[in-house]
Design a protein around this ligand. Sequence first.
Ligand code: HEC
Length: 215
Amino acid sequence: MRLLVTSALRSMLLLSAFALSFTANIAFASGNNPCAANPCAANPCAANPCAANPCAANPCAANPCAANPCAANPCAANPCAANPCAANMNPCAVKAITRPVSYTPMKGNHKALAAMGKKLFHDASLSTNGGSCATCHADHGLFKSTFLQPYPHRVSMAKSRFGLNSIHLDEMVQLCMVVPMESKPLLWNSKELAALVAYVEDVQQSFIAEHAAKK
Ligand code: HEC
């Protein structure tokens, strides 16, 4: 009985370890586009092997003299505790807000783009939750001191949500499109993205001026 239980547990753990390393392999193997086969589409932790702890019902409860195979609980260290596909660090979510390799931002007249960007900044149809950029950022709302620095720079939300140590302005716009706006990133070469970037550049200048005036 003991042998059976331990070997069953061992193969469960081996299986889950295999599932984890298998998904990691996909991430590295698919070349240019790591998201062609989204390694997180099939969440290796969807069926958490420790969800139903095999030691919850102690197989030795009936026989107090047997050596309890659950003394060292194989689920104490839950292999899914750090889910590699947790939404925040999903390698495909990071990819979606990171500049593509061959990226040429749409160029145009700054003033005209900024005027269009100002409209988009107040446009709630860009989000799926009824919010617009202005809902959070009107009158410099929610901007922290990092916004004073030239881009790229570190933004705490980019670090905590995506593990990025530094971020460009266009990537920050995409991050806010995906996270607080709960929407999709804009097309990288789109006029919309260029417009929002141009407008936010102006907002950044007025944020810097306001900060300098306060000193
Ligand atoms: C629900 C609130 C919310 C909405 C809506 C939102 N953001 Fe943000 N945004 C934040 C928060 C919170 C931060 C601060 C992140 C930090 O400093 O860690 C931020 C930071 C920023 C930053 C500055 C980061 C820096 O310090 O350099 C920019 C630029 C930005 N957002 C642009 C946008 C744009 C453009 C939109 C609309 C597409 C938008 N945001 C929508 C919450 C929001």
